[in-house]
Design a protein. Structure first.
Length: 213
């Protein structure tokens, strides 16, 4: 039996996944968490074969939760299940230790197949994400400016592009406004931008606005 922890702040999503997997005799949701720290607490107390993890959580960003879980439980499999398009977080999630990335709009059969594939020791990625990874590997396309950012700098960019103020960004990232300003300054320097307008224009052009849940 594949024991699964589902981490999502929407009760309807968790219930839907649970009902979906009830038809699969080889897998079962044995834990649920609606915030990142709850998920981390659960994996410290219980055994799970796999975690289905959302990117957007009320207390911690999913990327931070992913890295902490993998640091504490290197052997656990993690599939990021998110409404964000793969272009935003797919490659970053895989580099951080995820075994797969799947969009919430995918079919139920695709999710079940992804779980089985990851449990078997393989990665699960879409054709689009595979092509993106291959192009990066062989250098067919030059690295985009935002790919040089750290996860925190990247989060700052996405939140800025979605129209959030400095205070709102600090609340979303659970850090001080001063720290947000540091990430913003580093991001501007790395991307050679002079102001917020240039950041927002770039983010919109590359579909990086962080306004999904």
């Amino acid at each position: 039996m594949i024991k699964i922890l589902v981490v999502d702040d929407h009760a309807l999503i968790r219930k839907g996944i649970k009902q979906l997997l009830e038809d699969s005799q080889d897998m079962k949701i044995t834990g649920e968490a609606e915030i990142g720290m709850q998920a981390i607490s659960l994996i410290r107390k219980n055994y799970y074969d796999l975690v289905l993890l959302d990117i957007v959580l009320p207390d911690k960003h999913g990327m931070d939760v992913l890295k902490q879980i993998k640091a504490e439980q290197p052997g656990i499999k993690i599939i990021v299940l998110s409404a964000h398009p793969e272009d935003q977080y797919g490659v970053r999630a895989l580099k951080a230790g995820a075994s797969g990335y799947i969009n919430k709009q995918s079919s139920p059969e695709k999710l079940v197949g992804a779980i089985r594939q990851v449990i078997s020791g393989k990665k699960f990625i879409s054709e689009h994400l595979a092509e993106q990874l291959l192009n990066n590997l062989i250098g067919e396309y030059p690295e985009l400016m935002h790919q040089s950012l750290s996860n925190r700098e990247y989060q700052t960019l996405c939140l800025m592009a979605s129209g959030k103020s400095l205070t709102e960004i600090s609340k979303a990232m659970l850090i001080s406004p001063k720290t947000v300003s540091v990430y913003r300054a580093r991001m501007l320097e790395k991307m050679s931008f002079k102001n917020n307008a240039e950041v927002i224009r770039y983010a919109i052009t590359h579909h990086l606005t962080d306004n999904q849940s």
